[in-house]
Design a binder for this molecule. Structure first.
Ligand code: GDP
Ligand code: MG
Length: 175
């Protein structure tokens, strides 16, 4: 069997998607198990958070990076993508435009990220079904087209948040 050392398992994972889709909230929910209502300041990014995820009794260490609101100006630097081994691409199921922009994000990702980057497409705010603007089926279809894993999440209730990071960790481990 293979022995994994901690240093080998630090995987840079980045959060990407339009401003307001819930990237910071998703990371706070995963890291602290809580939801803080209201927008996080666009200028005070939380930087990165290190988290260890157990996959089949193996530790997978993630260094998860959140933007400091640069996505608002579509000025996420190319350096942000460069060393990323995994990428969580979010849209908001109540925002049609955030979903329509996913193709543009994927174009940028394919241009600047590593070829073997693990990508997970997440339809966030799944708790707000009454205001849904994007069908789950549309997310599934888009994910299939690009060959990436898809799920709907809620940073508010926590639905699928651990599952999303576990999925990324498993794909990283099995890559
Ligand atoms: P970011 O700009 O992508 O980092 O988005 P934020 O994490 O700052 O969230 C933007 C807004 O959406 C805030 O008001 C959050 O409280 C709210 N929000 C984020 N995730 C969810 C969610 O899953 N459900 C609901 N109902 N609100 C959310
Ligand atoms: Mg944010």
């Amino acid at each position: 069997s293979t022995v994994f050392y901690d240093e080998e398992l630090l995987h840079k994972t980045i959060l990407v998607g339009d401003s307001g889709v819930g990237k910071t909230s998703l990371l706070v929910q995963f890291d602290q198990g809580k939801f803080i209502p209201g927008s996080f300041s666009a200028t005070v990014g939380i930087g990165f958070t290190n988290k260890t995820v157990m996959v089949d009794n193996v530790k997978v260490k993630l260094q998860i990076w959140d933007t400091a609101g640069q996505e608002r100006f579509r000025s996420v630097t190319h350096a942000y993508y460069r060393d990323a081994q995994a990428l969580l691409l979010l849209y908001d199921i109540t925002s049609r435009s955030s979903f329509d922009n996913i193709r543009a994000w994927l174009t940028e990702i394919h241009e600047y990220a590593q070829n073997d980057v693990v990508i997970l497409l997440l339809g966030n705010k799944a708790d707000m079904c009454s205001r849904r603007a994007v069908k789950q089926d549309e997310g599934e279809k888009l994910a299939r087209e690009y060959g990436v894993t898809f799920m709907e999440t809620s940073a508010k209730t926590g639905v699928n948040v651990d599952v999303a990071f576990l999925t990324v960790s498993r794909e990283l481990k099995n890559r």
